[in-house]
Design a protein around this ligand. Structure first.
Ligand SMILES: Nc1ncnc2c1ncn2[C@@H]1O[C@H](COP(=O)(O)OP(=O)(O)OP(=O)(O)O)[C@@H](O)[C@H]1O
Ligand SMILES: [Mg+2]
Length: 290
């Protein structure tokens, strides 16, 4: 189009194609230049509009991808409290039928159910903030948060006869406590899933906490036989990597994002003698630890 316009311009400036000149042809040339200028301006405006629209479309797509990811994460993190809530209701009905439901037991069930619902409610807020970098952080105790995780998983672990122990020295970490709670829940859920899938008789999950070389560490180990195949150890942290039928492969991706990008630490996995081991190293608050 542009080449054709220039060709027309050439013809109008000098229709005979010779070296002729004069005031007339200068006027024609000026008019034609002005015309071409208008044409080019319009074309630039059109192209700019098109580029802006393309950019808006790309942005919209990116937002949809983020929204899809966010909904996926919320659905993933709701599975555990929903399952626990279901168990609580089943136990309530059972105890009631057996006539062993006194006021204290009822209060305990209701309290547990309230905690599950609270967690589900904060999960929505947590993961809306997960994608923004201005989310508020505070100091929190590793031990207290791991105990919250143990409490949350209690009914589910008991159902499968799995024992969970937490030992070690506490440390204070700066970040978003609920995000860290979700990391721990994912690790415990994975250990439980591996035990259920492999029908491990006496399931054990051990969580150790400590501090060395200016960092806090957490080691969560199980006796479910380890990551299989062993060469998948690095890939298990990839988004959508899963070996489970119906698995989403979100859990460990989320864990690594929180630990490494939000808490400034590291997380990796190893295969031990009788199961998998997940190690987390986190910077801790000096002076406020323990
Ligand atoms: N404790 C463990 N023992 C053995 N394998 C594990 C353990 N934890 C994780 N894995 C392996 O890592 C994979 C990825 O875990 P991740 O939590 O990211 O997703 P998933 O558990 O498969 O799916 P979802 O979290 O949606 O249920 C698992 O499919 C499993 O193969
Ligand atoms: Mg998982």
């Amino acid at each position: 189009m542009l080449a054709a316009d220039l060709f027309t311009l050439g013809k109008r400036v000098n229709p005979r194609g010779d070296a002729g000149g004069g005031a007339d042809s200068e006027l024609v040339a000026l008019e034609t230049l002005l015309e071409l200028n208008t044409l080019l301006t319009r074309r630039i405006e059109k192209e700019t509009r098109r580029a802006m629209e393309r950019e808006r479309q790309l942005l919209r797509q990116a937002n949809f991808a983020t929204m899809g990811e966010m909904i996926g994460i919320i659905a993933h993190q709701w599975r555990q409290p929903l399952g626990s809530l279901n168990l609580i209701l089943q136990n309530l009905r059972f105890d009631s039928r057996e006539g062993v439901l006194d006021q204290a037991a009822l209060d305990d069930y209701l309290d547990r159910a309230r905690r599950m619902i609270e967690l589900m409610s904060t999960t929505i807020d947590d993961f809306r903030l997960f994608f923004t970098h201005n989310a508020t952080s505070s100091d929190f105790s590793l031990l207290a948060t791991i105990r919250k995780c143990a409490d949350l998983m209690d009914a589910s672990l008991k159902t499968h006869g799995i024992e969970l122990t937490v030992t070690g020295d506490d440390a204070c970490v700066h970040g978003r406590e609920n995000e860290f709670l979700h990391v721990m829940v994912n690790l415990v859920v994975n250990a439980r899933d591996a035990m259920v899938e492999r029908k491990v008789g006496h399931g054990r999950i051990r969580v150790g906490i400590g501090r060395d070389e200016g960092e806090a560490w957490i080691c969560l180990s199980d006796n479910a036989g380890g990551i299989d195949p062993p060469d998948a150890i690095e890939r298990i942290f990839d988004l959508h990597f899963t070996t489970k039928p119906g698995g989403s492969g979100i859990g460990l991706y989320l864990a690594r994002t929180v630990v490494e990008q939000h808490l400034g630490g590291h997380i990796w996995a190893e295969n031990g003698a009788d199961g998998a081991r997940f190690i987390l190293r986190l910077p801790f608050r000096q002076g406020t630890d323990g």
